[in-house]
Design a protein around this ligand. Structure first.
Ligand SMILES: *Cc1c(COP(=O)(O)O)cnc(C)c1O
Length: 388
């Protein structure tokens, strides 16, 4: 995916940064203040505002969501020889973070809504425990922005007495069961990558209620320096902290998050209205009621039952591509990835089905009315031509 290049009017992308004069002014003000590198008052303010928004005691601004996942796992002592349960349907970063610690991801399949299947997760936990190699952590992922139903996951973590490092990279701004995304689990990771629902151009955050975890995350993310003048090091650290300039952009984005979320929700509703007329096509995650939804609608995806439609998701994707409109299959499951081929996986067929029949549609809040019109015109032309 490209970022905001000059020709972005021509190509419509899945999800581009939604940035305005406000972000530019915030960035320049931080620049002019002299707090250019690396830390400064905007990092502190961004953390305080985000912690309050999510309802957590602490937030630590980092260089990426992946860094937040990595340090989250390290905080709970995950390392070589440990098994960590990861959804097979996710972006590779979730599983990569496990591998960075020296631990091994074990994959678990999802429900039809793309989020990890709690029943199968329970079976995986029980199986690993019965084999004498119990899992050491669980990493639920809020797929496409929808927060996993927390109850069953929290119960399993309690039953097996293991921490949850929650991958909320895609769900910034969503909520569920009366709490914001990022509020669930021992700690949670946000991503502010350019394609997410808010961006710092690149960045992430670790959210937790545990002060020790927050402090240790700050320490590990700044090269694990002991607080002495000559920089004593007693363990390996990382260079994972967010720059003050990017935190300034984050503050401006957070102020606009609610309005950006509303726009993605509006786009979801328009796709829903369109899809409702096409038998065999469904919105992933089911129909969603605006304005009561708790979903940030980061990406809208559809599944296509080609036995009903007479055409496949990939054919629609190809057609949209020919109209310079980006679409993409839903994440290729980790158990199908060559790099993880030898890893154990608890499967039920849903992630394979979603990969085969699913398609992510352009969902960015920065899209203009003209962009949306082009998308719906193309969808109409394709479905009318291929209609039964
Ligand atoms: C984007 C994403 C990440 C990684 O975030 P970065 O900020 O790009 O490192 C992790 N997990 C999921 C599910 C994501 O979508």
């Amino acid at each position: 995916m490209k970022d905001n290049y000059a020709d972005s009017e021509k190509q419509i992308y899945l999800s581009l940064p939604d940035i305005t004069e406000a972000e530019k002014q915030a960035l320049l003000a931080a620049f002019d203040s002299g707090y250019v590198a690396p830390l400064g008052p905007q990092v502190d303010e961004f953390e305080a505002r985000m912690a309050e928004y999510v309802g957590r005691s602490h937030a630590v601004a980092l260089s990426s969501g992946t860094a937040a996942l990595h340090l989250g796992l390290l905080n709970y002592g995950i390392g070589p020889g440990d098994l960590v349960l990861v959804p097979t349907l996710t972006f590779a970063a979730t599983a990569n973070a496990v591998v960075y610690t020296g631990a091994t991801p074990v994959f678990v399949d999802c429900g039809k809504d793309t989020n990890v299947d709690p029943l199968l997760l329970g079976q995986a936990l029980a199986t690993l425990a019965s084999e004498g190699t119990p899992a050491k952590a669980i990493m639920p992922v809020d797929m496409l922005g929808k927060v996993c139903e927390p109850g069953p996951l929290l119960e399993l973590a309690e039953e097996y007495d293991i921490p949850i490092v929650w991958d909320a990279a895609e769900s910034v701004g969503s909520s569920r069961a009366g709490k914001m995304a990022g509020a669930f689990g021992e700690c949670a990771a946000f991503s502010f990558n350019g394609n997410k629902s808010m961006t710092t151009s690149g960045g992430g955050m670790l959210l937790t209620d545990d002060e020790e975890v927050a402090e240790r995350t700050k320490y590990l993310s700044t090269q694990a320096r002991q607080p002495v003048a000559h920089y004593e090091h007693t363990e390996i650290g990382y260079n994972y902290r967010m720059s003050n300039l990017l935190a300034a952009v984050g503050i401006a984005q957070l102020k606009r998050l609610e309005s950006m979320k509303k726009r993605r929700q509006m786009i979801r509703r328009r796709y829903q209205d369109f899809v409702a007329q096409i038998p065999g096509v469904e919105i992933v995650g089911g129909q969603w009621q605006y304005p009561d939804g708790e979903d940030n609608c980061w990406l809208t995806a559809i599944t296509v039952d080609s036995k009903v439609t007479g055409w496949e998701a990939a054919e629609l994707g190809q057609y949209m591509g020919s109209r310079r409109i980006e679409t993409r299959p839903i994440w290729k499951p980790m158990h199908q990835q060559p790099v993880f081929a030898s890893h154990r996986a608890f499967l039920n067929g849903n992630s394979d089905w979603l990969f085969e029949t699913g398609l992510d549609l352009p969902s960015g809040s920065q899209m203009s009315e003209d962009d949306l019109e082009r998308i719906f015109t193309a969808l109409t032309q394709f479905t009318e031509r291929h209609g039964k």
